[in-house]
Design a protein around this ligand. Structure first.
Ligand code: NDP
Length: 285
């Protein structure tokens, strides 16, 4: 198998910067190995000024597709041939897929989150409160709205970014209503909220970092989801568990966006448990 791979790999990969900080390679390669798939996932460091050449290189080598991380998620759009529905609304691409010889941009961040959420609750008709308005929040907000979420409250520190997201959701998705709440002091989650999401970077590489959130407003009827994959047991995850909430950690989103990407590139559905186990080895569970 290894020799075969040396001669004829179906290449997938990532255009990242810096390449060293990408756990996706470990997760995807674990799935390829487990299922004996004739694919490889290469992590490459691409500087912004080399993005056009990198995409041309992928075309020349007939890559099945590739992920893009910051800062390439928007810039890549002008170098590919089309966009999937949610990527077009979000305005960012994290996964490029070769379809009939064309490179099509998808956004699997939001799809990965949605899949994790749907494992515990269908967001259709539900009320969501989401902290954050950056790239992850945009992807999650759009995907949940396209899946039928009724009401999305965005809570964000910067009003400009928050307003931009709320306007996008109201104008470009079928959500009934999206509103912005300023984030000054501990935010109290309104009664009747079904799903609370941390889509900020608070908690990344800091297990003690906590959101300005009135924990007394969380109830056991709520689903609380965190996007932070590392460490997975964030302060929010621990606090929400203590309140009896149903909790989703950031590993689920990462694994599910990986499953979706692999499905797009190879047509095969891989075992998420193998991918999660590899991430847990890297991050701790
Ligand atoms: P961005 O930089 O685009 O956005 C960051 C967001 O966090 C902004 O809304 C920002 O608010 C907010 N924020 C950051 N620090 C603070 C703070 N101290 N107080 C209040 N708000 C704060 O990042 P992304 O959206 O791309 O990524 C966010 C997180 O999502 C990352 O940590 C990443 O690890 C995670 N992620 C996880 C994925 C997964 O598969 N599990 C996939 C993609 C991302 P403001 O607008 O006011 O600056």
């Amino acid at each position: 198998m290894a020799e075969e791979l040396n001669f004829l790999p179906n290449i997938t990969g990532s255009f990242a910067q810096p390449a060293a900080e990408n756990p996706t390679v470990e997760m995807v390669e674990a799935a390829y190995r487990h299922h004996d798939m004739h694919y490889r996932y290469l992590n490459t460091e691409v500087a912004p000024e080399n993005l056009a050449a990198a995409v041309a290189g992928a075309r020349a080598m007939n890559w099945a597709g590739f992920n893009c991380s910051i800062p390439h998620k928007v810039a890549v759009i002008e170098h590919i041939d089309g966009l999937g529905e949610s990527a077009s609304v979000i305005g960012a691409v994290n996964c490029v897929v070769r379809r009939d010889g064309r490179y099509v941009g998808e956004n699997t961040d939001g799809k990965g989150f949605l899949k994790s959420l749907q494992e515990v609750v269908d967001p259709a008709g539900k009320k969501l409160v989401m902290f954050g308005a950056g790239g992850a929040a945009r992807a999650i907000g759009v995907e949940c709205a396209l899946a039928g979420a009724a009401h999305i409250t965005v809570v964000n520190r910067s009003a400009d970014r928050g307003n931009e997201l709320v306007t996008l959701l109201n104008e470009k998705t079928p959500v009934e209503e999206s509103v912005l709440e300023p984030w000054d002091g501990d935010y109290s989650v309104p009664a009747g909220t079904d799903v609370v999401i941390n889509a900020t970077s608070i908690g990344l590489a800091d297990a003690e970092a906590s959101l300005a959130l009135d924990l007394g407003s969380l109830t056991a009827a709520m689903v609380v989801a965190d996007v932070i994959p590392n460490p997975p047991r964030t302060q929010l995850v621990r606090d929400a568990e203590a309140k009896g909430c149903t909790v989703i950690d950031g590993l689920g989103m990462l694994v599910n966006q990986g499953i979706t990407g692999i499905q797009y590139w190879t047509g095969e559905t891989v075992d998420g448990n193998v991918m999660r186990a590899r991430l847990e080895e890297l991050f701790g569970d």
